[in-house]
Design a protein around this ligand. Structure first.
Ligand code: ADP
Length: 331
């Protein structure tokens, strides 16, 4: 997969890659009929699609200019909450930035549950504004974080925002944050931790990033069918929105008891788990990560799991997945 932009924007007619089994007559979020076609009636994304379709947004060119030189923009998606999407995003960021020559940024747009600052050990930090825009929080010299969590008055504040306000905040993140590196260069990777599901935030991000190019999406799931059902929707969304899928990660996949070393499936893959799903939909399965209570502990302490438990099966799995992602996006 290359760093190149996503395929050209389609301006007319139905999206050619809408799957035949799509249960709604979605014309595709980029079509001229988006938000106004008969199939859009009752769709939760109708408002944002029709707003977008009514004319080009001048902010998009500012966003595109800001992000154009960032080599890889990767969305981390999940069908459901609690499957380990933020955990995976942050461990991927820590691992990529362990190479001092690689500059990494994380944008936490999980507006209702921004957990990235906690997991990356920077929740008490504040963001500052300079003449170039908002400066992200630096966890390391080559690892920067921007999260809605930094803007909340306190940890317990609930953010109850309706669509336009959420989209405005996401746009501000993309438009105003200065991601330039210390030497005035550009990031190698910008990872987007998104909310679960396929809400209008996803559509906003995709539309806002389109001109500067999305490298692709990594989809995180757990093995049971209840989670996989929502992954299918996520995959359908990516295909309709023309976001390349880098691959699927199955998290919480089995558990080895530290005392008796017996292996068990806490979340049983009744329908074959992510492996069967990837075979069926012809997607790369990037790997499976077992449950390991030390992952939860490292996240709560804001420390990189890979540093502390490099020899564990979960660390080996993570390292394998990360190296696959690196080779897929750099080839
Ligand atoms: P999401 O972003 O999908 O909502 P999180 O990344 O916040 O999910 O993870 C939910 C919880 O599960 C967190 O407490 C996290 O530490 C824990 N967790 C994630 N992956 C694992 C794993 N493989 N083993 C043990 N705990 C995990």
């Amino acid at each position: 997969m290359s760093t190149s932009k996503t395929t050209e924007t389609q301006n007319t007619g139905p999206a050619s890659n809408v799957p035949e089994n799509a249960n709604e007559h979605c014309p595709g979020p980029e079509s001229t009929g988006a938000g106004r076609a008969a199939g859009c009636e009752g769709c939760p994304n109708q408002e944002i699609c029709s707003t977008q379709a009514s004319g080009p947004d001048p902010d998009l060119s500012i966003i595109s200019e800001r992000l154009r030189n960032i080599r890889h923009k990767i969305l981390i998606l999940s069908g459901k909450g609690g499957v380990g999407k933020s955990t995976f995003t942050t461990q991927l960021a820590f691992a990529l930035s362990s190479d001092e020559t690689v500059d990494v940024g994380v944008v936490d747009i999980d507006i209702c549950g921004p957990s990235v600052p906690k997991i990356m050990g920077c929740e008490r930090e504040e963001i500052h504004r300079s003449s170039n825009g908002w400066s992200p929080v630096y966890v390391q010299d080559n690892l920067a974080v921007m999260s809605i969590g930094f803007m909340l008055p306190d940890e317990e504040s609930a953010v109850i925002w309706r669509g336009p306000k959420k989209n405005g905040m996401i746009k501000q993140f993309l438009k105003d944050v200065d991601w330039s590196t210390g030497d005035g260069g550009a990031l190698d990777y910008l990872l987007f931790d998104t909310p679960p599901g396929t809400s209008d935030e996803h559509l906003s991000v995709v539309q806002m990033l389109r001109d500067s190019g999305i490298t692709g999406a990594v989809i995180v799931t757990t093995p049971q069918e209840v989670a996989l059902q929502d992954v299918r929707k996520e995959i359908d969304f990516c295909r309709k929105a023309k976001v390349p899928i880098i691959g699927v990660v199955e998290n919480m996949s089995g558990f080895v008891c530290p005392s008796c070393h017996g292996e068990s499936q806490i979340f049983y893959p009744t329908t074959g788990g992510a492996k069967a799903l990837c075979e069926e939909l012809r997607l790369p399965l990037l790997g499976t990560i077992p449950l390991d209570p030390r992952i939860g502990r490292a996240c709560d302490q804001g420390t990189p799991f890979l540093d502390a438990h490099a020899d564990s099966p979960a660390a080996h799995a993570l390292i394998g997945i990360i190296s696959k992602i690196k080779s897929l996006v750099n080839n």
